[in-house]
Design a protein around this ligand. Structure first.
Ligand SMILES: NC(=O)c1ccc[n+]([C@@H]2O[C@H](COP(=O)([O-])OP(=O)(O)OC[C@H]3O[C@@H](n4cnc5c(N)ncnc54)[C@H](O)[C@@H]3O)[C@@H](O)[C@H]2O)c1
Length: 445
């Protein structure tokens, strides 16, 4: 088989050498995934299964895709965000591993959905999502909600018989979901009785969100803002919208860089936590007047609206690191302001009522648009969960109900143990007396 026989849509296959070098660099920091890959190669738990993944096409994802392939899966990969693809990595996966990749950095909405169509045309037994776009499209097809399908998917589905459409969905054993926003959407599907197969919420495992969302997003979001703007953090006023796992990480890293951090929240507990962690907490309408840099990480829509932008200072910088760019009301900004003018790469200048506002990365995940996403060391754990969750679906998915499930606790603990071992960290274990003490109720004061 030559590279020409592999269905793909990538920017330029001649970028593959660079993609290979960078993927090997990331692999060094992914010892847990490497161990899983070795076991998968020996045991082939995914043998003969077609797997379609909709993930950010990065060096870390390349290591996951190769691990799934080592386990016997026939892998197709499309992007989960139009701006997050690393074109050299996409080329490397096609040329050197024969993986079907459909992703080009900066692709428009048409191409984005055409690539989702291509991943579905792979007729997967297992899907892997980051934001639930693949699972969403599959269900629209099966439910006959063709009007809701995005452009390029519709004619493809129209050409299928109803039996073919439902066969597409029935073939799927289950799916895994990488991020908070995807889990929220999938839970809504399950609650409305729409979800037709089990989904494992990789995001909800401890070895994912405690580390990836907090330390990964924390570091890479600040990295993306700095790479896009080259601003000095020290002495700046940095507004973080949302004090969840991601927001905590970003606030922590911005403060570490010398910024004064303001948090905005809608949840009283999270707001209280932010206050006791030492940040100023206030509504966005107040923060808008004083912030130099704004970043949203809420998983919600319309968090920074035109009414807030009108209050901002000349030169304010606005970014989003939540899953979708709907966190910023960019449509209203485009209506009311002049622009955009490209001030730098990934920086659009808008002129709003005499003030310059800078929107980074078109409001898309700034850590992936302007930087390289999370460091490999943290994705090691997230993607170890992904690989083991895929194995769990293939070996035991038929026993799972059509709902959103947690990653089994044994997988979570195993990933933590492997990561600690790789970091050279040893811990104590319970003595028999301690085990007995913890299991008792009658030893009083
Ligand atoms: N950039 C990345 O690489 C990356 C990585 C992981 C997750 N994410 C995405 O980041 C988002 C947040 O994820 P998380 O795990 O921190 O979620 P989370 O649920 O832990 O936190 C979200 C927080 O936002 C708050 N919030 C909701 N609406 C708000 C509003 N209008 N104003 C202020 N705060 C509001 C919620 O109360 C909550 O505390 C999701 O979209 C997730 O998919 C991005």
């Amino acid at each position: 088989m030559t590279v020409n026989d592999i269905p793909n849509d990538v920017k330029d296959l001649s970028l593959a050498d660079e993609g290979q070098r960078r993927t090997e660099w990331a692999e060094q920091f992914m010892p847990v995934l490497r161990q899983i890959r070795e076991r998968f190669a020996a045991e082939r738990p995914l043998e003969g299964k077609r797997l379609s993944a909709c993930l950010h096409v990065t060096t870390e994802t390349a290591n996951l895709a190769v691990t799934l392939q080592a386990g016997g899966a026939d892998v197709a990969l499309c992007a989960s965000n139009p701006l997050s693809t690393q074109d050299d990595v996409a080329a490397h996966l096609v040329r050197d591993h024969g993986i079907k990749v459909f992703a080009v950095k900066g692709e428009d909405k048409e191409s984005y959905y055409d690539h989702i169509r291509a991943a579905l045309a792979h007729r997967p037994d297992v899907t892997m999502d980051d934001g639930a776009d693949l699972v969403g499209a599959l269900h629209m097809i099966a439910l006959g909600r063709l009007d809701d399908l995005e452009g390029p998917v519709r004619p493809w589905v129209n050409a299928m018989s109803p039996d073919e459409r439902s066969a597409l969905l029935k073939a799927v054993i289950g799916s895994t979901e990488e991020t908070t926003t995807g889990v929220i959407r999938l839970r809504a599907m399950a609650e409305q009785g729409v979800l037709q197969f089990p989904v494992i919420a990789v995001n909800d495992s401890q070895t994912k969100h405690l580390f990836d969302n907090r330390y990964g997003t924390g570091q890479s979001t600040v990295d993306g803002i700095l790479r896009a703007t080259n601003i000095l953090l020290a002495g700046s006023t940095f507004v973080v919208a949302g004090y969840g796992w991601c927001g905590r990480g970003v606030a922590m890293r911005a403060r570490g860089g010398g910024a004064e951090v303001i948090v905005t929240e809608v949840d009283p507990l999270r707001a209280l936590e932010a206050r006791m962690d030492g940040y100023r907490v206030m509504p966005m309408a107040d923060a808008a007047r004083v912030g130099d840099v704004f970043v949203t990480l809420t998983g919600n829509a319309e968090v920074i609206r035109l009414e807030h932008m009108r209050l901002m200072k000349d030169g304010a910088i606005i970014a989003n690191s939540g899953h979708f760019n709907v966190e910023l009301d960019l449509e209203d900004l485009a209506q009311a302001a002049d622009g955009p003018r490209a001030a730098r790469q990934f920086v659009d200048e808008w002129l709003l009522e005499g003030k310059r506002l800078y929107v980074l990365g078109e409001g898309r995940l700034i850590n992936l648009a302007a930087a390289e996403g999370h460091p490999a060391s943290v994705m090691d754990m997230s993607f170890a969960n992904q690989a083991l969750a895929a194995e769990h679906l293939v070996t035991g998915g038929s026993m799972l109900s059509k709902a959103v499930h947690r990653v089994p606790v044994e997988i979570d603990e195993r990933v933590a143990e492997l990561k600690l071992a790789a970091l050279g960290v040893r811990i104590d274990s319970l003595t028999p007396a301690q085990q007995q003490y913890l299991a008792s109720w009658d030893a009083g004061t």
